[in-house]
Design a binder for this molecule. Structure first.
Ligand code: PGA
Length: 254
């Protein structure tokens, strides 16, 4: 059985005080939830404050990005070890906004995945096709390339520590969620890729989250799909009520 994960990606939102208020409200609202791993990923500047606000809470802390070197002359960058030092247990890598807006390549993302594993942090490894790629019939090739290159050179044991987030780019921040069929199809394909690259036991153990306009009113149907092991939530993770409802999803076949 794969324990579901609901992760909130706050992107570039919230001051330190706002971030601390949000996790305090969220912790209170989901205090009774025990069978779901809940992760929040604030802006770098809020990590220390949120880590302090989360003392004693079951919610764990993630960063939204990292640099793959431990230290050195890399102005403006943050290493996995420093993120661990501030209280993170996971880091999002390969988000489509980083790929598209900041030119991150599969090879660079692979270096980050390896650096995170080396530092003892859990990579939340994001992949997904654009609308053009989907409509041009390239979706499977794109996902295969992202998985093969992004996860190159890992052992099965390392792979089992990674969380994959399938985020179709056309569904991110657009209010346009993938249908349950589209999500189910992509997730099954990705699990098959992991099986081919590693082995079946590893593929069955890896959690694959769906991301892209996940909201309180669509999470139940998405979570009813066998290969959907959780959600990476952007916009709806910024409000305690909405995110708490997503954390308390009730899988319901549509
Ligand atoms: P969204 O973002 O939920 O606002 O679509 C998801 C993400 O980018 O991780």
């Amino acid at each position: 059985m794969r324990t579901p994960i609901i992760a909130g990606n706050w992107k570039l939102h919230k001051t330190v005080d706002e971030a601390c208020d949000l996790v305090t409200a969220l912790s209170a609202q989901i205090a009774e939830v025990s069978d779901v791993e809940v992760i929040v990923a604030p802006v770098f500047t809020s990590l220390a404050g949120v880590a302090a606000a989360l003392k004693g809470s079951k919610i764990t802390l993630a960063a939204q990005n990292c640099f793959p070197e431990p230290q050195g002359a890399y102005t403006g960058e943050v290493s996995p070890a420093l993120l661990k030092d501030v209280g993170c247990s996971a880091v999002i890598v390969g988000h489509s906004e980083r790929r598209q807006l900041f030119g991150e390549t599969d090879t660079f993302i692979n270096r980050k995945v390896k650096a995170l594993l080396e530092a003892g942090l859990q990579p939340i490894f994001c992949i997904g096709e654009t609308l053009d790629e989907r409509e041009g019939g390239e979706m499977y090739d794109v996902l295969q390339r992202q998985v093969h290159k992004g996860l190159e050179g890992l052992s099965s044991e390392q792979m089992q520590k990674i969380v994959i987030a399938y985020e179709p780019v056309w569904a991110i921040g657009t209010g346009k969620t993938a249908s349950t069929e589209q999500a189910a199809e992509a997730h099954a394909f990705i699990r098959g890729l992991v099986s081919g690259l590693f082995d079946n036991v590893t593929a069955e153990a890896v959690r694959i989250l769906y991301g892209g306009s996940v909201k309180p009113d669509n999470v139940d149907a998405l979570m009813a799909e066998a290969d959907v092991d959780g959600a990476l939530v952007g916009g709806a993770s910024l409000k305690a009520d909405d995110f708490a409802r997503i954390v308390r999803f009730k899988p319901t076949k549509g």
